[in-house]
Design a protein around this ligand. Structure first.
Ligand code: CP
Length: 304
């Protein structure tokens, strides 16, 4: 077993399937039987960037398993504000806990943390780089909705340039057979070449388009993303593309009845709330599957 989870690229298809199978087992265990599985263990949750789902689901997962949580979500209240280095923060926190979950705006921060720590380190998002636990929960969501991952036609839409969620997901999906991708974005937010190159396995099939409607009609899954204002160096560039896509009843005419819309959330205005109560909306169940997957991750990395 690997000590850390830093990048989806570090995982083989077998590693990924092991996580998915483990999550399915965890989902079957009644709450009361899970309640002591990590009793006496402490998780350090270090969030140098804002989060709702990732931080709270890791904390909830730990508490559901009978463990405890320490950490911060506001870096201003920590000694980082006094100039402490990330390495020193990690070497300090590891004295207090059994594993560390970290989100950081700098690419490579999670890898650096893992290198300086003797504890398992889980990457909860590093800059525009990777978000591997989101990817595992996305794969788990897909397998729970469709009973399989291979052979699906999947559109990734919105901010494909800066979305670490999408980058990790493309890398992971490329390890499965027969996935057909549609990359849907404005021209200025296209999927980076390095993501396409790294994912270019023998069966890699991908169409790039600006046309969301075409993707909705053709695909099994539309994985929508937010245009992320905070990643744009130039605010004017954000203003030009911020309203590029919106999923509402109108654009969904002609979709397969089995279409699922997924989204890592948070959303801004790219999915109308009127879609939430339709069978297409998979994004809130996806949040729930995130709690299951993070329980599986904690059990795997801290030890049952
Ligand atoms: N999907 C996701 O990472 O959400 P948060 O930013 O709320 O953690």
């Amino acid at each position: 077993m690997k000590k850390d989870l830093i990048s989806i690229d570090d995982l083989s298809i077998k590693n990924i399937n092991d996580y998915l199978n483990y999550a399915e087992k965890i989902e079957q265990i009644p709450l009361k039987d899970k309640a002591k599985m990590l009793a006496g263990k402490i998780l350090g949750v270090l969030f140098f960037e804002p989060s709702t789902r990732t931080r709270l689901s890791f904390e909830a997962a730990m508490l559901r398993l009978g463990g405890n949580v320490i950490g911060f979500s506001d870096v201003v209240s920590t000694s980082t504000a006094k100039g402490e280095s990330l390495a020193d923060t990690i070497k300090t926190v590891e004295q207090y806990c059994d594993a560390i979950v970290i989100r950081h705006p700098r690419e490579g921060a999670a890898r650096l943390s893992a290198e300086v720590s003797r504890l398992p380190v889980i990457n909860a998002g590093d800059g525009a780089n990777q978000h591997p636990t989101q990817t595992l929960l996305d794969l788990y969501t897909i397998s729970r909705f469709f009973g399989r991952i291979s052979g699906l036609k999947i559109a990734l839409a919105g901010d494909l340039k800066y979305s670490r969620t999408v980058h990790s997901l493309v890398h992971a999906l490329s390890k499965f057979d027969g996935i057909e991708f549609m990359f849907v974005s404005p021209d200025t937010l296209k999927m980076p070449e390095y993501v396409k190159t790294a994912s270019n396995t023998k069966s890699f099939k991908c169409v790039e388009t600006v046309d969301l409607k075409q993707a909705i009609i053709e695909c099994d899954i539309v994985y929508m993303t937010r245009i992320q204002r905070e990643r744009f160096p130039d605010p004017m560039e954000y203003e030009k593309v911020k309203d590029s896509y919106k999923i509402d009843h109108n654009i969904l005419k002609g979709a397969k009845s089995t279409l699922k819309i997924l989204h890592p959330l948070p959303r801004v205005n790219e999915i109308s709330p009127e879609i939430d109560s339709t069978p297409y909306a998979g994004y809130f169940p996806q949040v729930g599957y995130g709690l299951t997957m993070r329980q599986a991750l904690l059990l795997h990395h801290i030890g049952a």
